[in-house]
Design a protein around this ligand. Structure first.
Ligand SMILES: C[S@@+](CC[C@H](N)C(=O)[O-])C[C@H]1O[C@@H](n2cnc3c(N)ncnc32)[C@H](O)[C@@H]1O
Length: 185
């Protein structure tokens, strides 16, 4: 898809991300499936120190170029979020816009275990995912998929939408969900 301009690559960060950035003090953020880095630039502009990761080489190269052009010094890793991408940091915010929903069941299990490792206690996980329930598409999440995160995260809010969105939803029903990892006592 990155040989051309994929439909989700709008160059605009969604308001749901900006709302979280408005509410949280800046820290360290990881964007899993970061695409061409639009949201890395936005988070950095809010004062966050950012790391991106994507398995598509072309998107990684474009993200690095976009960050450089914006004068932002950040690491963009070419890696698989379901594997061992050589990331030993922990983060105050993990963002996923459109990556988790495309993973296989096995990949989702590995992703969840990586997420648990990468997210600091007290850290926030913000997810945008297409929903599978209504149209029988191959990718997407069900309510049960979203419930899985509650095994180790507390859900702060969830918003479902059936409308065409400017952030790449492409008319698919989609869900935003925000979780926080409980602080250890
Ligand atoms: C729908 S795109 C969204 C990109 C970006 N988050 C955005 O909002 O523009 C999903 C991205 O996830 C990446 N991706 C999918 N599976 C992945 C995996 N297992 N590891 C890393 N990246 C993955 C894809 O290459 C693609 O760039």
């Amino acid at each position: 898809m990155y040989l051309g301009r994929p439909p989700w690559d709008t160059g605009v960060s969604p308001p749901e991300l900006k709302r979280v950035l408005d509410e949280k003090p800046a820290g360290r953020a990881l964007d899993v499936g970061c695409g061409t880095g639009t949201n890395l630039v936005t988070m950095a502009q809010y004062g966050w120190s950012v790391v991106g990761m994507d398995m598509a080489w072309l998107s990684v190269l474009r993200a690095r170029a976009k960050l450089q052009k914006a004068g932002i010094n950040a690491r963009v890793i070419h890696g698989d979020v379901t594997g061992e991408p050589g990331l030993d940091q922990t983060f105050d915010l993990v963002l996923d816009i459109g990556c988790y929903h495309s993973l296989s069941p096995g990949g989702r299990k590995d992703y969840v275990s990586n997420l648990n490792r990468w997210l600091k206690s007290g850290g926030c996980y913000l997810l945008y995912a297409h929903r599978k329930d209504s149209d029988g598409a191959e990718h997407g999440v069900t309510d049960d998929d979203l419930e899985l995160f509650k095994a180790f995260l507390d859900q702060c809010w969830r918003e479902d939408s059936d409308e065409r969105r400017p952030d790449g939803g492409g008319g698919r029903p989609a869900t935003w969900a925000c979780f926080v990892k409980p602080k250890q006592t």
